[in-house]
Design a protein around this ligand. Structure first.
Ligand code: SAH
Length: 370
């Protein structure tokens, strides 16, 4: 946003300078009518740009995040720049000045999923709806749309949504994680753009990956690619130990604010530790993790992520070439000599998916080009 603003200022000044120059010349009456017309058009264009350019800039098309941003910035106060910089330094990176490493760690854990699991009725739509109407401020329309989506996913017969994940899925209000213009599509089984080239993943893929991850209260989970925040919101209903890393700076801050705002009603989101940085290197400070979920596409297993996974730990990752990945469940094995290996299973029955590429700080994909 900052960069875009200064670009905008420069542009306006250019128009102003052009205007002054022409007015002076006009006194000499040596300027042709065509030039005057050009100047008037220039000033007019400047006015138009002043009015409309801000709405065309990246970020401005996100009314949901914007309204949240306008409401205080206390979450940002708790972000610990120094600690983030230390993490960056541990990898020998000094930070370019443009890319600033930050993280959010809650001061205390106020929500314990183990105490809540089992409270939401999941056997029939009416009891489920009645419970959420009583315990949240959600609109009934969304509550019921979420039930319908649950039925749709179960109806595929692929066993994508099972066990504890059913309740976590039914508790998570996807409408808050999509952009306002897509509100009407929040409960369609589809991915949607959330800006900056990122997407919120299809609900059935999220359900399947989360089911495969087999998270239970107390397990420590790392997500690579916070994006909209939806995946980690679901995870926060399964364990208090959720960690998530996002590489796109403005998206990190938007989702950080969103969690902060939503946590007033959904305290589970306050437990989500989040970091701005390159997830390829994991999160050394809080390793090891019992579970790792990668939500961006890559053609190999990042060695540091495997290293930071506990023995017998599970990693779920979209593995494959750009444009086509398979959802792979990786179980870390450690033999008697202490050597680590993996057991890999394609959990989506050979179906391919297309995730946003796993990128480095410079923006290049970690996968080999097609
Ligand atoms: N889990 C997200 C899906 C977001 S799409 C959700 O529920 O909405 C994938 C995300 O991975 C994008 O936001 C992208 O910016 C992020 N990403 C890509 N490379 C990354 C990296 N090296 N480290 C962390 N995040 C990365």
């Amino acid at each position: 946003m900052e960069q875009a603003d200064s670009y905008f200022t420069q542009d306006t000044e250019k128009e102003k300078t052009r205007g002054t120059f022409t007015l002076k010349s006009l006194k000499n009456k040596s300027i042709p009518v065509k030039a005057v017309a050009l100047v008037v058009a220039g000033i007019f264009l400047g006015m138009i740009l002043t009015l409309f350019l801000p709405s065309l800039l990246p970020g401005a098309s996100r009314p949901l995040a914007e309204s949240i941003l306008s409401d205080g910035k206390t979450a940002l106060d708790t972000i610990n720049n120094k600690a983030g910089q230390q993490t960056a330094d541990a990898f020998g990176k000094t930070g370019s000045g443009l890319f600033c490493y930050t993280e959010y760690i809650p001061e205390e854990i106020s929500y314990h999923p183990a105490d809540e699991i089992g409270k939401l009725p999941i056997d029939d739509e009416e009891s489920y709806t009645a419970y959420l109407l009583e315990h949240t401020n959600e609109n009934e329309e969304y509550i019921r749309a979420r039930w319908d989506l649950y039925q749709t996913i179960v109806g595929y017969g692929l066993n994508e949504l099972q066990g504890l994940v059913v309740e976590a899925f039914l508790r998570t209000p996807r409408q808050f994680f999509v952009r306002e213009k897509n509100l009407g599509r929040a409960y369609e089984d589809t991915w949607l753009p959330v800006g900056y080239g990122a997407t919120i993943t299809d609900p059935d893929v999220v359900a399947m990956m989360t089911t495969t991850l087999d998270v239970r209260p107390g397990l420590k989970v790392l997500e690579i690619g916070t994006g909209s925040g939806y995946q980690s919101a679901i995870l926060s209903n399964l364990t208090e130990e959720v960690y998530s890393i996002e590489i796109i700076e403005p998206l990190f801050y938007e989702t950080n604010e969103l969690y902060h705002e939503l946590a007033k009603e959904y305290p589970a989101y306050n437990n989500i530790r989040r970091k701005l940085g390159d997830g390829y290197y994991g999160w050394v400070k809080y390793a090891p993790f019992d579970r790792i979920i990668v939500t961006c596409a890559i053609d190999h297993l990042p060695p540091q992520l495997l290293q930071q996974l506990t023995p017998d730990g599970i990693m779920v990752v979209p593995l494959g070439q750009p444009g086509r990945q398979y959802i792979i469940k990786v179980v870390k094995t450690v033999d008697e000599e202490g050597d680590a290996g993996t057991k890999r299973i394609d959990v989506y029955n050979g179906l391919s998916v297309k995730f946003i590429p796993f990128r480095n700080e410079a923006g290049s994909s970690y996968s080999a080009p097609e």
